[in-house]
Design a protein around this ligand. Structure first.
Ligand code: CA
Length: 230
């Protein structure tokens, strides 16, 4: 994990570099706004940003980094890097401004290194998990492509996974054969028979349903298709 530090106070950034490296992180440091914009490449997993920089304000800098990240990576990619702001003043105004630009957290100087490390850990974990899709005892982590049933990971083929993700994203809706063919098989859908869909659904059910004869996750909607959830 790489952490970008933007802090002009030399004693503080040195202490941060040491503490973070000891905790097993890679670090890249900048001491001004200008340095941050040239040194950071958008591959940092988290940024620590001092609000009061000699050549500008950390909040504006973060907005600029996010904008440039979007331009570089496109909107579909992870375009914003989570940030924790560091400020010298315990000012509500700074704090609100930081949260307005999407800050994950905020610490007031002087802060305890152990507390900061804990907050970093929490932010990194929160961001690596991304959104979780839940239905009953099923949990699906889209970014990791992992599925857990009652806390135990289950192994799915690529098609079963895509089918399940599509059902979980569209809970409560009736999905027709056509919907499933297009969403899961995409263009190939034209060359795939409806039987393939039924077979894949049956395989998926075997892995997730407690009772195959009375499915609780993927139900048949007679004459229309299938539905997950109520
Ligand atoms: Ca400063």
């Amino acid at each position: 994990m790489r952490i970008g530090i933007i802090e002009d106070d030399r004693l503080l950034y040195q202490a941060l570099e040491i503490a973070l490296r000891e905790a097993g992180y890679e670090t890249v440091s900048a001491h001004t706004k200008k340095e941050a914009l040239t040194r950071f490449d958008g591959k940092e997993d988290l940024l620590l940003i001092d609000i009061g920089l000699p050549d500008g304000d950390g909040i504006r800098l973060y907005q600029q980094i996010c904008r440039e990240g979007k331009a570089l990576h496109g909107n579909s990619q992870k375009s914003t890097i989570p940030a924790i702001f560091l400020t010298a003043r315990d000012e509500e105004r700074d704090m609100l401004a930081a949260f307005d630009v999407g800050a994950e957290d905020y610490v007031v100087k002087p802060f305890s290194m152990r507390v900061l490390l804990k907050r970093i850990e929490v932010v990194l974990r929160r961001n690596s998990e991304g959104s979780i899709l839940v239905c009953g005892d099923l949990e699906l982590y889209p970014e990791r492509k992992q599925v857990f049933l009652r806390g135990k990971e289950i192994s799915l083929t690529a098609k079963e996974y895509r089918l399940l993700e599509y059902f979980m994203r569209n809970q409560g809706q009736v999905l027709t054969m056509d919907n499933l063919l297009q969403a899961v098989w995409g263009l190939d859908g034209e060359f795939v028979s409806e039987n393939t869909v039924s077979v894949t659904i049956r395989r998926l059910r075997k892995k997730i349903e407690p009772d195959m004869s009375r499915p609780v996750y993927i139900r048949n909607v007679f004459g229309l298709g299938y539905r997950m959830g109520e």
